[in-house]
Each structure stands twice: as structure tokens, then as C-alpha cells.
Write a protein that binds this ligand. Structure first.
Ligand code: NAP
Length: 257
């Protein structure tokens, strides 16, 4: 089995499939893009770096006799999800997209949506001047031309230029607690949170902290993903698709396509 990783869900799936009680028979390899200098490696085998597009991935699948492909990349890793769909079609291997659901605003939330990082940058000056920017270091160039607002940028590795001039960098890896997020917003007098709609619980406390503090949130909507294959919204659903532990009755059934 090949898991396209880079997310908590990918790691959890590899953990579940290589656990002592897991049904034997699977050889699990997780693939990482290599963007993070010291990634938290999952159990099982790992490989790092691009495959060279859909054809390269399909060749890897054939050479390594992969029988199941799981796209557990981040919801914003748009290109890799399309590569996975293309490679699955080329190699006739079943593909499951494991993608955590997006966040949904609740009462008291002041959310503003943008279709892209560029649109978020265009909307930003009208919404705040002390900005907590959590969209990742790779997209920081989209905000580089904004010379007026002050930015607190949180990322796992240090961002590189181009970046906005009024910037403080906080190197940190989630999960983050609600207390820590409350403290961060207050200490830096943040008046706007900018985030991608990554979903999941590890980084959700910042949204609660923003709501409590009456701070608006500028949220970047997810890019399109390929259609026409199986999808799972949780690790339990992915295990079910793979013929392992069935999901508990409280979880949504698998959307098989
Ligand atoms: P992307 O734009 O969709 O992918 C760009 C290229 O990177 C792909 O064409 C592929 O190269 C390579 N690649 C991506 N994921 C890979 C993987 N798991 N294994 C091997 N190669 C991979 O992806 P991205 O947005 O740069 O994200 C890169 C990685 O970081 C992903 O694995 C993703 O899960 C993780 N991540 C992304 C975000 C985000 O906000 N984008 C956030 C957290 C984690 P080839 O075409 O040469 O195969």
C-alpha cells in the first residue's frame, strides 16, 4: 500500500496498518514531498521527494507492485491529488482520497472567505492591521506586497523571501491548545486571523480563540479535487475501505464512488 502523506491522518493510517493487532499482509509505504526539514515520520517504510508527475507515480506503483493507493495529502496539496488520480487511472490501482472535512462557522464567528491566497491578500487590508497569518510558509509571497499590516507568521520551518516587511516569525508545529491560542492573540494584539480551511482538530483552537476575542477570520476556501474515486473523511473510514476495522456507528458511512 502506498500512502501519499504529509498529514496527521496519513501518519495515523500508517500507525493503524502497522500496529501489532493489524491484519498481516500489507506492506505500507508513506511518501512525503520533503518540504519539512525534520518531519515526524510514520511507522512502516517511507520515501521522500516527488515522483515526476502522474506518469512517474504510476511507474513507481507498478515497479513496487502497489495494490492500494491512498491520497492522504493535505486538502491544499492540489497538484498531488490530481497526480494521484491520474496515476491510479494509468496503473489501474484503486484510489482512496482520505480528506478531513473542512471547518464550519458557528454562532459568533465573523468569517470572511477568499478563493485563493491572492484574494485573501486583496481583502486583508480592509479587515485588520495586526495579522496572525497561518497559511503556511510556502504561500507567504502572496502577502509580500502588503507593507502596512504587521504579520505574525507561524510555520514549522522558517519562511523565505519574498515576505511582507513587517513580520515576526513563530516556529511551531501543531497541535495547539486553546489556552495557548488565546494567549497568543492577546499578547500580540492580533485583530485578524488568516487561515486556510485545512480542517481537523489540531489547529482548530485558533478559530475558537478568535471567536471568543471577537476577531474576524479570513479563511481561504479549498481548491478543487479530482472526482470519481472513493473518499473517506476519517482514518476509521479509510480502514474500512481497506477491509480493516469497520467504522463505529457514530461515524459517517463511506462515500464510495
Ligand atoms: P502539491 O502542490 O500538490 O504538490 C507539488 C508536487 O510535490 C507534486 O507534483 C509532487 O511532485 C510533490 N508531492 C506532493 N506531495 C507529495 C507526496 N506526499 N509524496 C511525494 N511527492 C509529493 O503539494 P504541496 O501543497 O506543495 O504540499 C506538499 C506536501 O506537504 C504534501 O505531501 C502535503 O500533504 C503536505 N502539506 C501541504 C500543506 C499545504 O497547505 N499545501 C499543508 C500541510 C502539509 P511530483 O509531481 O514530482 O511527484
Amino acid at each position: 500500500m502506498l500512502i501519499l502523506g504529509g498529514t496527521t491522518e496519513a501518519r495515523r493510517l500508517a500507525e493503524a496498518l502497522t500496529a501489532e493487532h493489524a491484519a498481516p499482509g500489507y506492506r505500507v509505504t508513506t511518501s512525503l514531498a520533503g518540504r519539512v526539514a525534520s518531519p515526524v515520520l510514520p511507522p512502516g517504510e517511507t520515501r521522500v521527494g516527488g515522483f515526476g508527475g502522474p506518469a512517474g507515480l504510476a511507474a513507481w506503483i507498478t515497479t513496487h507492485r502497489v495494490t492500494h493507493l491512498v491520497d492522504a495529502t493535505h486538502p491544499f496539496a492540489e497538484r498531488m491529488s490530481f497526480n494521484a488520480a491520474g496515476a491510479a487511472a494509468l496503473s489501474s490501482v484503486p484510489l482512496l482520497a482520505l480528506r478531513r472535512p473542512g471547518w464550519i462557522p458557528g454562532p459568533g464567528d465573523d468569517w470572511h472567505t477568499a478563493a485563493s491566497l491572492a484574494e485573501a491578500a486583496a481583502l486583508l487590508p480592509g479587515l485588520g492591521s495586526r495579522v496572525f497569518l497561518t497559511t503556511g510558509r510556502m504561500g507567504l509571497h502572496s502577502f509580500a506586497h502588503l507593507t502596512e499590516p504587521w504579520f505574525l507568521v507561524r510555520s514549522v520551518d522558517a519562511p523565505e523571501a519574498p515576505a511582507p516587511p513587517r513580520l515576526e516569525v513563530l516556529l511551531a508545529r501543531g497541535p495547539f491548545t486553546l489556552d495557548d491560542e488565546r494567549d497568543l492573540l492577546a499578547r500580540h494584539r492580533i485583530d485578524l486571523l488568516v487561515t486556510k480551511d485545512s480542517g481537523g482538530s489540531a489547529t482548530a483552537p485558533k478559530l475558537t480563540a478568535a471567536r471568543e476575542a471577537g476577531i474576524p477570520v479570513l479563511i481561504v476556501r479549498r481548491p478543487p479535487v479530482p472526482e470519481g474515486h472513493s473518499r473517506a473523511a476519517s482514518v476509521a473510514e479509510a480502514l474500512h475501505w481497506l477491509g480493516h476495522d469497520p467504522p463505529r456507528s457514530t461515524e459517517r458511512p463511506l462515500d464510495r464512488r
